[in-house]
Each structure stands twice: as structure tokens, then as C-alpha cells.
Design a protein around this ligand. Structure first.
Ligand SMILES: [Zn+2]
Length: 291
């Protein structure tokens, strides 16, 4: 059974944050978290296992920063294949039977012309190169996430489609303004969902920036604008620092109580973004079980 079929049976639980947890573990300071796939694989695999144990149906690989353009900016361009391949293997190792591994693709870190210096063809090619490794390594689906530009999201979609036939989920990052929800590039929800529907993606989501309370209203709008399964992954509020210790504003219980409202607003799949931990996901899974 693939994820689309499973989606018809139950509310799908995704995982929570990986990057912020890896940073809090003290193992990542200036280095890109993706390096840990080779340098400290047991740390990454253990985090994945904690999420599956907490009830995640889908866990996302530690390959958010695995786009060749992003890797090149850090002098890691030679390691495109080993870093992405190891990321998939570590998640597969932790994945129990009947659950899913999502190959993660984040932004490439560059902007398209005329705002930046990358051509559309170049951007598509770089997403293609990462997708090629993830698909070859055997992911169950690909997630393109934290996209703050619809044009970049569509470039990523075409790169993935060129690389192979795989279930594809795209999550866009929206900010809340007085006039509604918009991407950083000024695109509204309806514009994003209609373009992603036309591009033939299988699932559409929103992740990052908004907390679990603010994202409820966005969920209603997103649900109304597409017939595709919808994934919602809010942050646990904003990061705050007190006495040198940084943490996120929302508690796991508060987040889980909102998960019910997010479900009611029409989400088919729920997970967490920055600041969420296995405890958040465990509380979300408990809140949604039997609901
Ligand atoms: Zn986030």
C-alpha cells in the first residue's frame, strides 16, 4: 500500500524537526546537518527511530540541504551522492514495515534570475541531480519542502519528474499578513495550489514559519483550494532564548490540541517543523488516534 492509499484509511502522521534537534544536540554548530549522515550516522538513525516509535507513519530523510547548489556553497559538491544516499539508507534502516521513507529536498539556496543569478534550466538540473540519487536509493516518496518561492517549487517538481516516477509532495512556506497568507515572493494560497495541481504533484502541504494555532486558518484555505491530500507541518512557535538556553514557545500538549483543529480544518496528514520533537509527535498521534 502506498502513502496515497494509506491516506484514505487514516490521518497520516509525519515526523517533527530534524535540523533543530540536531543543532540542539550540540553536534552541529557551523556545519551543515547533512554531513552527519556520514560523520555521525547513528545519531541521525536514532532520531529517525524516535519519530517512528512516537507514531510517525512517514519520516523525512536528513537531506534537506542536499541540493548540489547548496552543497557547492559549502564546498561539499563532490559529496552529492554519498550524503544523499546515506540519508536515505539511515531512514530506511529505522523504518518499520508498513511505514514510509520520504526523500527530502529543501530550497537550493539561490534565487532565480532576475532576482538572483541562477537560470531556470540550471535550477531544474540541480533538483534533478538530487532527486536522481534519492529515487535510486529507493525512497517511497519525495517531499519538496519549505519552498518560499512558487517558481523554485515548480523548478523542483520538473527536476523530480525528469528523474523518475515517484509519489511527490510539495510543501510551501507561507507568512501571515493583514491581507492573508503569502509566500515570501508574494504568491497566495490559491495561486500556489492551482500551479502545483497543474504540475501534477500528488500531495500539497504547508510547513514552517507559522505555529500550530496560526496555521489552522491557512489549513481551511488550503483545503478549499485543492482536492489533493493536504499535509500541515507547523513550527512549535518562535525560538526564544532565555538565560542562554534556546527553546520554542509552544508545548507539546498545546501543539497536539491544535492538531485536532488542523485535522478538522481538512488536513489529511499532520507533522511538525522547527522546534518540534518526538514528544510533540507522540502527543499528536495520541490526540488523533480514534478521533
Ligand atoms: Zn521549519
Amino acid at each position: 500500500m502506498n502513502l496515497l492509499e494509506k491516506c484514505k484509511e487514516k490521518t497520516i502522521i509525519f515526523d517533527g524537526a530534524l535540523g533543530t534537534m540536531l543543532m540542539e544536540s550540540g553536534h552541529v554548530s557551523t556545519k551543515s546537518p547533512i554531513l552527519l549522515n556520514l560523520e555521525q550516522p547513528e545519531l541521525v538513525a536514532d532520531l529517525h527511530k524516535q519519530y517512528y516509535d512516537a507514531g510517525s507513519d512517514v519520516v523525512i530523510t536528513n537531506t534537506f540541504g542536499g541540493n548540489p547548489l547548496k552543497l557547492a556553497a559549502e564546498g561539499l559538491e563532490q559529496q552529492l551522492e554519498p550524503l544523499n544516499r546515506a540519508g536515505v539508507r539511515l531512514t530506511q534502516t529505522a523504518c518499520p514495515a508498513g511505514r514510509f521513507v520520504a526523500g527530502d529536498m529543501g530550497p537550493c539556496g539561490k534565487m532565480l534570475k532576475p532576482f538572483g543569478d541562477v537560470t531556470l534550466e540550471d535550477m531544474q538540473e540541480n533538483f534533478f541531480r538530487q532527486a536522481n540519487v534519492l529515487i535510486d536509493a529507493g525512497v517511497d516518496l519525495i517531499t519538496i519542502e519549505t519552498m518560499y518561492s512558487l517558481a523554485e517549487a515548480l523548478a523542483a517538481v520538473s527536476g523530480v519528474r525528469k528523474a523518475g516516477d515517484v509519489l511527490l509532495l510539495v510543501s510551501i512556506t507561507f507568512n501571515q499578513t493583514q491581507n492573508g497568507f503569502y509566500t515570501m515572493m508574494g504568491e497566495d494560497i490559491a495561486r500556489c495550489t492551482s500551479a502545483l495541481d497543474d504540475a501534477g504533484v500528488d500531495m500539497i502541504g504547508a510547513n514552517c514559519t507559522l505555529n500550530s494555532s496560526a496555521i489552522i486558518g491557512l489549513t481551511t484555505e488550503l483545503r478549499a483550494s485543492t482536492a489533493k491530500p493536504v499535509l500541515i507541518q507547523p513550527n512549535a512557535g518562535q525560538p526564544v532564548t532565555r538565560s542562554g538556553v534556546s527553546y520554542y514557545e509552544q508545548s507539546p500538549s498545546e501543539f497536539a490540541a491544535d492538531a485536532i483543529k488542523i485535522k478538522d480544518a481538512g488536513a489529511d496528514m499532520i507533522g511538525g517543523c522547527c522546534g518540534t520533537t518526538p514528544e510533540f509527535i507522540s502527543k499528536v498521534a495520541a490526540a488523533l488516534t480514534g478521533y
